[in-house]
Design a protein around this ligand. Sequence first.
Ligand code: AFP
Length: 313
Amino acid sequence: MGEPGKTKFQIDLRRYLREQEEDRNLTRLICEIADASKYIVNSIRTGDLGVAGTSNLYGEDQLALDVLSDRILRKRLLHSGVVANIVSEETSDIIPISTDCAGKYSVAFDPLDGSSLVDVNLAVGTIVSIYEGCELLQPGRNQVAAMYILYGPRTTLVFSTGSGVHEFGMNQLMEYTLLRENIRMEPRGSIYSPGGQRNLYSPGTESFVRHLEGNGAKLRYSGGFVPDINQILMKGKGLFMYPHLQGSPNGKLRVLYELNPMAYLIEQAGGAASTGRGRILDLEPKQIDDRAPVFIGCREDVAMAEEFIRTQG
Ligand code: AFP
């Protein structure tokens, strides 16, 4: 395995996927997304943080970073030759790329989740969910791969194709090389990320949070789904929640391109992801912008959330 004299942890993403004998088209797809992230990270680091519709010093139309990121990813996916359909947080419909589904993949992605955080220099990310064939409106348990790229102090890429969760880091040459293999979650955590307004929590959610605090759990919440999940995954100890709220029974996060990919990754690492009443990956999405409440992280913490909600609502 790996080039003679090269330690496993200098292996780049494409070689790693080849050595895992991943499907060639899936390898192509994951590497195209990884390549697209290089342009996105450059846009974040150097781009004028104006909003769409403004113009930069050259008088060019200024694109908001999330719109620009969407265009970068869409262009790569369009020319990859291995994609059938795509849906993005920035689009209102499924975008057909090829009617030939054989050997191709369909992709749901959030090109720059938490984009408003860039203006205050907090970490943001790209989230990607991958299915075989043409269908995107299907349960997340059918995903064949999921990944995210985290644009923080370091740029890292985390993915799974169903054989564990692996982390790669972008080096000075903007190549992704292996940092961690087969990342695993502990059964219970020590940090929690409570999204949404606490005064709108249900009795069961409120009791669950008090229970975590009573056990000494520390609050860690940035407002960015990707960095908040990444912290829980890399520490292996924690739970993120964006629960059902009074007035918002489905919470805020979107099923197709936020919850399903992160649920897939966390379950691959031995954690769990629930709406509070059932497994995220068993949800049957009806529309591309379906939302759901979420409790995701250490499996015993998720089970406890479900128990508080079962007994107290
Ligand atoms: P945006 O992409 O609209 O900035 O929302 C980011 C997000 O969907 C997710 O990244 C965060 O976990 C969540 O919203 C934070 O929501 P609150 O700002 O309501 O806490």
